[in-house]
Design a protein around this ligand. Structure first.
Ligand SMILES: [Zn+2]
Length: 452
């Protein structure tokens, strides 16, 4: 029988799209299953040219945009290639966090295969699904992970540990097989508000003396972009709000709950109300009740309101959120009392909001990596048209290059597999055998060598 192995079916030399298969004898489990962020998909599919809903796997396989695995896909997803369907032979999927590049292809997985996530990740995925009719994660037996409690799948044991990332409730994993353990970081950072969680995971990983460390390297290699800590974002925001006589505008990632909390706290201390899109309000509602991550409650918190966009039809989920909503006219009138969270895709609201010239617009998300970024081009045109001043303030969801090197030293695994990075070579000098994965190859867990 083949010794326990790990295969990387996505997330190889690309940021996002992790698909990691661990096999020990007949037991097969998968970690994360989402589409790549990488532009390769856009070489074949863009705008309205998309895989057909009747044959999505066939249409993605054609260009190697999804891996082939026996016993993984649902009969529906295999439309147009039904003859390749076999009974499930992947026994569980573990999802590290609620970002699309880790969870977005769950919809194609056989509904008999259980999906394990943290309770919070499940809530965020549910909230995504409720507010976005095009999102779908499939129907599976959903299993909840509890921090530190091992889950056994056949002979493989998986121990989940919460880690800090730019979406809350992210998980790192220790994976125990018959020939040693792996530590898989998922996406993680050490400078965020829950850095202590990441430290606890890394200590547990080091204590495990793992054969392999599977580490994400989003910010490995050259990255000129500035990243603050969450506290740093707060300080810069405080300064800006104090110096702003009228309305202030901001945008952030829709599921960056830490950032929404930072914006809310800064607004409150500046005597302003944070006005959020209905989707953000819905997410905050669905995350109520966690003492470790308190979020403001709509209708009770005087510093939180919902923005009413100009729309012909309201969805059922948004109606109850809009009772006390603020519209463009009110935002315009009460500008100096408000901080408005406005997503780029809702910029047409500016035509009604008519902010005063010189109004600050805070981009509280990553700077675009490339100068050809279409969104950035459009954003800048709007800012120029309305004479808005751009301020960049962001704390990344990922470790910096030096932090990644430190993590490799700390965990001190015998082999290091960099994933979720365009620069695996940045890990070459760390301790442990450097194993930049090749997509699809099998690596022996015990040694990190390719298994033929
Ligand atoms: Zn990711």
């Amino acid at each position: 029988m083949r010794p326990p192995t790990v295969r990387f079916l996505g997330g190889v030399r690309e940021i996002g799209g992790n698909k990691i298969l661990v096999e020990d004898g007949p037991d097969r489990i998968l970690f994360d299953f989402g589409p790549s962020f990488d532009p390769r998909r856009e070489e074949y599919y863009f705008d309205f040219l998309q895989p057909r809903s009747t044959s999505p796997v066939k249409d993605l396989l054609e260009f190697d945009l999804i891996p082939w695995l026996d016993g993984l896909y649902s009969p529906e997803a295999l439309g147009g290639m039904e003859e390749r369907y076999t009974e499930p032979s992947v026994h569980a999927v573990f999802v590290s966090h609620a970002h699309a590049d880790h969870a977005g292809y769950l919809r194609y997985i056989d509904p008999a295969i259980p999906v394990y996530t943290s309770a919070g990740t499940r809530k965020i995925l549910e909230s995504n699904r409720a507010t976005n009719p095009s999102l779908n994660y499939g129907d599976h037996p959903w299993k909840t992970l509890s921090p530190g409690s091992a889950v056994r799948v056949g002979s493989i044991e998986v121990v989940p540990y919460p880690v800090d990332h730019s979406v809350p409730y992210a998980t790192g994993f220790l994976v125990r097989t018959g020939a040693g353990s792996l530590a898989y970081t998922g996406d993680f950072r050490r400078h965020g508000p829950r850095a202590a969680l990441t430290t606890r995971f890394l200590s547990a990983a080091a204590a495990e003396r793992p054969a392999g460390l599977i580490i994400e390297g989003t910010r490995a290699g050259p990255d000129p972009r500035r990243s603050l800590s969450e506290e740093g974002v707060r300080k810069e925001l405080d300064r800006l709000l104090a110096a702003t006589p009228g309305l202030a505008l901001v945008s952030c990632y829709p599921r960056d709950v830490d950032r929404i909390r930072t914006l809310h706290a800064a607004a409150q201390d500046a005597g302003r109300t944070l006005v959020v899109p209905a989707k953000a309000a819905f997410l905050l509602q669905s995350l109520q009740g966690d003492d470790e991550l308190p979020v403001p409650r709509l209708g009770q918190d005087p510093y939180l309101r919902v923005y009413r966009r100009s729309k012909k039809r309201l969805f059922k989920w948004e109606q109850p959120l809009l009772d006390e909503a603020i519209d463009a006219e009110e935002v315009h009138r009460r500008g100096k009392e408000l901080l408005l969270l406005l997503d780029l895709f809702q910029f047409a609201e500016l035509n009604d909001l008519r902010p005063e010239p010189g109004t600050p617009f805070v981009r509280s998300m990553s700077e675009p990596f490339s100068e050809e970024d279409v969104n950035d081009h459009v954003l800048r045109n709007w800012l120029e048209h309305f004479d808005l001043r751009l301020h960049q303030m962001h704390a990344s969801g990922h470790c910096s290059g030096p932090e990644l090197a430190e993590v490799c030293r700390e965990v001190n695994a015998r082999a290091v597999f960099p994933v979720h990075t365009e620069h695996p070579e940045a890990f070459a000098s760390g301790p442990g055998r450097f194993c930049p994965p090749t997509k699809g190859d099998r690596y022996r867990i015990e040694t990190g060598e390719v298994e033929r």
